[in-house]
Structure formats: structure tokens, C-alpha cells
Write a protein that binds this ligand. Sequence first.
Ligand code: UT7
Length: 328
Amino acid sequence: MKTTAAITGVGAYVPDYVLTNLELEKLVDTTDAWITSRTGIKERRILKGENQGTSVMGAKAVQQLLAKTNTNPDDVELLICATTTPDLLFPATANIISNAVGLKKAFSFDMNAACSTFLFALVTGAQYIQAGTHKKVIVVGADKMSAIVDYTDRANCILFGDGAAAVLLEPSTDGFGILDQVLRTDGSGEAYLHQKAGGSRRPPTPETIAAKEHYIYQEGASVFKFAVTNMADVAAQVMERNHLSKEDVAWLVPHQANKRIIDATANRMGVGAEKVMLNIDRYGNTTNATIPLCLADYEPQLKRGDNLILAAFGGGFTWGSVYLKWAY
Ligand code: UT7
């Protein structure tokens, strides 16, 4: 049988500080009732403290993963960090994480496709395993969204949180792991969701800071429409082309951006709410940590052979869906 890339462990980390809807009511003109009914979010975690970047959370998630899977850091050959909020523009946050957890023999790099990066990175990592050139690959999704959230912007500050989670990929010859994927990009989506300054097009200046151009800019209602259609489309497409009925699907693992987008995707797939992984109420949108954080939360309920459909949508626009068979 051909070699596939199986997830053989999950590690996760969320910071201690809990930012509740009630606290947000004191910062901006909003209510717990509005946030809950429009998004499904009740609270999110925030990484506090000076000089604390995304890598701090990513390293803790990877450390837990190494301990849980009894993996010697010297055996890890590649670490990919999926992040939209790197510690620095360079070097890569993946390099900082690798150094922090003692990976001496791995190469590492970041990927950025906004909220879909974890899926894109998972598929990229899987290619190295499937090619037979690598045996242990770590993919970590980590984001400190609070670094780019404007806490005076009520439409956006309610949505995002900080967190990290990581998976280990290893070869399987029994048909477990990542079996298929549909990944898509439409660059015309830039207009609706982006950060205006801080990159090479508009480096930071006193003017960009005064104009609040270093924060997330999002036209929420437009993004919502694209997300609902596209995430549901690719999830349904992956099911169809793998001849999976709704009964065959054990779990939908959706990006946690808005509970209404998740419900629409599940409806389209015909999958009941009891099969949908959900933790948006506790963490909000942690960008690239949402999907692996779900896997970590639901790990005790997962069984070897379960069919999982992962689905994400994000800035770019980027979106995609992955079909994987759980290996343990
Ligand atoms: O992961 C990356 C991809 N991003 C997403 O998937 C996010 C997609 N978008 C969404 O989830 C939703 O569009 C939001 C949650 C961001 C907003 O929900 P919405 O139902 O699309 O609301 P809206 O933007 O159309 O605004 C409706 C009303 C507006 O008031 P008016 O103009 O009707 O008077 C907003 O000003 O709700 C108002 N509003 C709020 N009210 C109370 C916006 N934010 C808030 C708030 N509290 N926090």
C-alpha cells in the first residue's frame, strides 16, 4: 500500500488570560447577547506580557506534543509553523520554535495563507512523508491575534483570540492519515480582509500608526458570504469525490471563525451537530490554531479509523478541505 501521512499525536497551548464578552462590553459598544447570537463566542484567551510572541505559545504546544508522543527532538526532520502573526518578519517563527524546543536536526519554515494556513501546511508537511524522504514532521498552527486586533473596533475585537496547537505526522502504510484535499486561493479577496501596513508595500511610519493601519481590516458581512459558500463547497466536494456519505463522516473539524459559518457547512454536508467539533465559545477565532485546538480538545473521543473532514476559510481569500483517517 502507498505511504500516507498519519497524525500520530496532538499538543496544544492556550494562554491563561480569559477575555470574556462581559469584559468586552466595558471596552466597546457591544453586548454578550449580540456576540453570542452573531458569532457563538463567549470568551477567548489572550497572551499577556512584554516580548511575548506567537512562538511562546507554539513552543509550548510543540513541547507537549514531543512529550505526549515520546519523540526525541533529534528525530524531528521538519517543522512548519502556520502563522499570520509571526514574532518577527524574519527569521521565521518556525525557527524560533525549533530553537526553543531543541530541534537540532530539523529544517523549519513559516507558511502564511491567513486562516487556511494550517490546512495548507498540513498538506505540505504530508508531501514530505508521502515522498518517503521524511519520517517525522511537525506542523504547528499558532497565532497571537491580539497583536493585530484594534480593541476599539467592535466588529473585529470580539472575534479573535490567541492560541497554538501542533500535530506530528508520521508514515502509515495501512491507509491512515491525509487521504485527499481541495485547496483554493482567490487573491481578489484581499480587498475584504487584510492588514494595510507593516509589510514591504507600506512599511511602518508615524502616519500608518496614527491611521491604525497595523490592525486587521475586515468587511465582515462580505467575508461571511464568501466563507459560507466556499467552505461548504469544498467540504462537500471532498466528501463526494471520496464517496463518503454523511454516515461515513465521524467528525467535521471546521475553522472556528463564526458558529453560523460552521452550522452552514455542516448543513450542506448533511452532518448532524453531534459530529461537529466546536470550541469557538471558549477560544474565538485563533486563526491557525483553531483546527488543531479542536483535534486536541476532542482527542479523547477520536477512534482509530474515524473519517475526519477538515475545512477552513480565510483572508486571501484562501480556503480548503482535507479528508483524513484518524490513526489512533
Ligand atoms: O477567519 C477569517 C474569516 N473571517 C470570518 O469568517 C468572519 C466573517 N464575518 C462574520 O463572522 C460576521 O460578518 C461578523 C461577526 C464579523 C459580523 O456579523 P454580521 O451579522 O455580518 O454583522 P454586520 O457586520 O452586518 O453588522 C450588523 C450590525 C451593524 O449595525 P447596523 O449598521 O445594522 O446598525 C453593526 O454596526 O451589527 C453591528 N455590530 C455590532 N453590534 C454590537 C457590529 N459589531 C457589533 C458588536 N456589537 N460587536
